[in-house]
Write a protein that binds this ligand. Structure first.
Ligand code: 5GP
Ligand code: MN
Length: 320
């Protein structure tokens, strides 16, 4: 199976690549690794990468300056590849380019993936889309630059090899990537751990204002638009806060609500044990993994928290 995934690409003159809205490390890493890899394998093809925005922490990835952040929607690609997207909606504005393309490919690792392309390659057991790509790429084509991009995605989606999606296979692949002499400490420090002053301020505020519900089994924090404006923060500045909420002692599920519009919240969910947060996210129109999922919901923060915690409670009851 894996070897046939890129068959549709041979002979393609134009190839488009895109990841999901609010791109994270795995999204950026997988899109750039694919861009660099296809550039080597098919030097005659015109390849474009689209991302809504490029967080500056990924500046070290080769080719990152050529990413398109605006979309010429009348373009028709021979092949369009969606990476790290559980469903078509996740492509955001790149969705139009995807729909217009002659052939489509979807490569991902989300259990909730809706298999929306002509060719779908989804490995729900893989830590990341970057790990999935490693199983497709011809080994001899992987160079230092491709290795650094793939390593970035694996590091970010595993929380530096600590989340439960980290497998022996993940570590073997990461080990092989290290053999390409990549600056792994620098990648981890600068793209993952380093926080700006504003990011630290927001983190502190979310922790201070968090509340425990469901007998201490669920922790919830909310960030309003007003707070974001006060700190001059962008959505990317929230990344990582949910992980700190999750490691609160006794907590089974962590929820972070980010107000994105009037009565609209982007909800991040993380589970420590048996609660399946992907089920809850999918129920409300989102998606993700068993232990990390997200969804955008309408209503007041109270409504959103009420609806989600009710489902968490049900799952906890079924498990006990
Ligand atoms: P995060 O909470 O970090 O935004 O997302 C956690 C996981 O859930 C990621 O794997 C992400 O791709 C997925 N996810 C987050 N929001 C959505 C959403 O609105 N729709 C879908 N399908 N997946 C989401
Ligand atoms: Mn991912």
């Amino acid at each position: 199976m894996a070897n046939n995934i890129l068959d549709k690409i041979s002979g393609a003159i134009s190839i488009g690549i895109a990841g999901h809205v609010r791109p994270d490390g795995d999204c950026v890493g997988s899109c750039m690794a694919m861009f660099l890899y296809l550039g080597k394998r098919y030097p005659e093809a015109k390849i474009d990468v689209y991302l809504e925005m490029v967080p500056e922490v990924f500046h070290y990835i080769k080719g990152i300056d050529s990413v398109h952040t605006s979309y010429e929607t009348d373009k028709q690609y021979d092949v369009f590849i969606a990476l790290d997207c559980g469903d078509l909606e996740r492509l955001g504005d790149a969705g139009t380019l995807y729909v217009n393309a002659k052939h489509t490919i979807n490569i991902d690792h989300h259990i909730s993936n809706t298999k929306f392309a002509d060719v779908n390659y989804v490995l729900p057991d893989a830590s990341s889309t970057c790990e999935t790509l490693y199983t497709i790429f011809e080994q001899e084509e992987i160079d230092k630059h491709i290795a650094a991009a793939l390593y970035t995605g694996i590091v970010h989606d595993t929380g530096v090899f600590k989340h439960s999606n980290t497998s022996a296979q993940t570590m073997k692949i990461a080990g092989d990537l290290l053999s390409h002499d990549i600056p792994f400490s620098k990648i981890i420090d600068e793209s993952f751990y380093q926080k700006t002053y504003v990011q630290n301020q927001l983190l502190g505020r979310c922790l201070t204002e968090s509340i425990l519900v469901l007998d201490g089994k669920c922790i919830v924090s909310t960030i309003s638009q007003k707070t974001m404006e006060f700190y001059g923060a962008r959505p990317k500045d929230i990344d990582g806060i949910i992980d700190q909420l999750r490691v609160t002692k006794g907590v089974e599920v962590a929820l972070l609500l980010h107000e994105t519009g009037t009565q609209q919240y982007k909800v991040s969910m993380r589970s420590n044990n048996q609660v399946d947060v992907s089920k809850i996210a999918v129920y409300y129109g989102g998606g993700g993994h068993v232990k990390a999922a997200g969804v955008t919901m309408q209503g007041t923060a109270y409504d959103v928290i009420n609806n989600i915690t009710k489902m968490i409670y049900q799952q906890l009851q079924e498990l006990s």
